[in-house]
Ligand binder design. Structure first.
Ligand code: SF4
Length: 401
């Protein structure tokens, strides 16, 4: 039986390993296996798994890789993640990946998809056009019209089918609906485990430090879904059993780090600065659907529909019928948060363009908020520690009732 220390050591080893040895070993363990990389934020894990491949989250490399050649392909005033993803490819760290999927997260990822196609030899890419418009019925004369919902669902099903068929052509698997149904079942269980972790942490955050939880989440980047679900449930069980003293930390929701990942040292700094993180938008693909995808009926149609009626809100998807600011206020209240930390990657347009509306809504709701920016390779955290430490002190002294 594993111990908490052993589990966290394994998670940290996986996090530090930019050669993705665990995914390489999985692929080498049986003939015909394939690995499909996916860039943030949305990941079509169900169709990748249904086609017999391992989904691998390629989410940059933080300060674990020196970006040299990757810099030459992008202007200086954008975020860092596309450079480090390219650098990983140029250094051969992704040479075992059979296909890279780039979702239409933002202009940067869109451009990265094109650059990859031109600059990374012998490793094909698939640009996945993620639908916009949310669950709204669509149609009609509106300031931001979207096509009817049925059209968007049909379009999305065809996009997912293309990924599925593309991966199946690599592995030689059939695109039998039952294999997709089994993959949906597996993914539902995996996301269920992650939801259990978030609920357990919100209940007893002093037992689930943000840094450790972040490592456990990120382990899902390279592990098969069932292995990761087991790790997450072990982490919850072992952490709950800990007899830790509850401190007078404030409870916060962290928002804005859904794509470029904050460095581990930064997340640990939140722990050290008097915060209990009770919710966040880290590693978002593992919590994309807020409820299970239906397992009965046509699995591809169920998968397509789930995107419109149970996706989590995020700045990278336009949803006409959703107000992200009010959703954040509601989430902060549901998690009984004392405050919100808006923590976005430098030059991340989706996160930073949201910031004024989020800040105003939080202030109107009387929820204290602070914000700062980071880069995935930031290595100095003293200014952040001072800022969030002061935020924590001020909330404790003046905002709590
Ligand atoms: S960090 Fe922001 S701007 Fe950069 S690729 Fe991700 S979503 Fe796009």
């Amino acid at each position: 039986m594993t111990t908490l220390d052993a589990l966290l050591a394994k998670a940290e080893d996986l996090y530090m390993d930019t050669r993705y040895e665990a995914a390489r070993a999985w692929k080498a363990a049986a003939p015909g296996r394939a690995v499909v990389g996916h860039a943030p934020v949305f990941a079509p894990v169900e169709v990748i798994v249904a086609a017999g491949a391992l989904p691998l989250a390629v989410a940059g490399a933080g300060d674990r890789v020196d970006v040299i050649r990757g810099d030459a392909y992008f202007q200086s005033y954008i975020c860092r993640i596309p450079r480090s993803i390219l650098e990983l490819a140029f250094e051969g760290n992704l040479d075992f990946v059979d296909l890279m999927v780039f979702p239409s997260t933002c202009d940067v990822i869109r451009n990265l998809s094109g650059v990859w196609t031109l600059a990374v030899e012998d490793q094909p890419a698939f640009f996945l056009d993620v639908p916009q418009g949310g669950g709204a019925p669509g149609g009609g004369l509106d300031t931001a019209p979207v096509p009817p919902r049925a059209v968007r669902e049909g379009f999305w099903a065809s996009q997912l089918r293309q990924v599925w068929e593309r991966v199946a052509a690599i592995t030689g698997a059939s695109t039998d609906p039952e294999s997709l149904r089994a993959a949906i079942r597996l993914a539902n269980d995996w996301r269920g485990a992650v939801r259990e972790l978030y609920d357990a942490r919100a209940e007893e955050p002093w037992k689930f430090p943000a840094g450790a939880t972040y490592l456990v989440l990120a382990a899902g980047d390279v592990l098969p879904l069932d292995e990761h679900a087991e790790m997450v449930r072990d982490y919850v069980r072992l952490s709950r059993a800990r007899d830790l003293r509850r401190r007078d930390n404030i409870r916060v929701v962290v928002q804005g780090s859904f794509c470029e990942r904050p460095p581990l040292g930064l997340v640990r700094t939140l722990d050290r600065a008097g915060l209990y993180v009770v919710d966040d938008d880290f590693v978002l693909y593992s919590r994309w659907y807020e409820r299970d995808i239906d397992e009965e009926g046509d699995p591809l149609a169920n998968l397509a529909r789930a995107f419109f009626d149970r996706s989590r809100t995020t700045a990278t998807v336009y949803e006409r019928d959703q107000d992200r600011a009010q959703e954040l206020v509601a989430r902060a209240r549901r998690r009984r948060a004392d405050g919100v930390v808006l923590m976005a990657a430098s030059f991340c347009d989706p996160a930073l363009l949201d910031r004024p509306a989020l800040t105003a809504a939080l202030q109107d709701a009387g929820i204290p908020v602070t914000d700062f920016k980071f880069a995935e390779n930031t290595s100095q955290f003293s200014a952040v520690r001072e800022q969030v430490g002061t935020f924590s002190d001020s909330v404790r002294l003046w905002s709590r009732t």
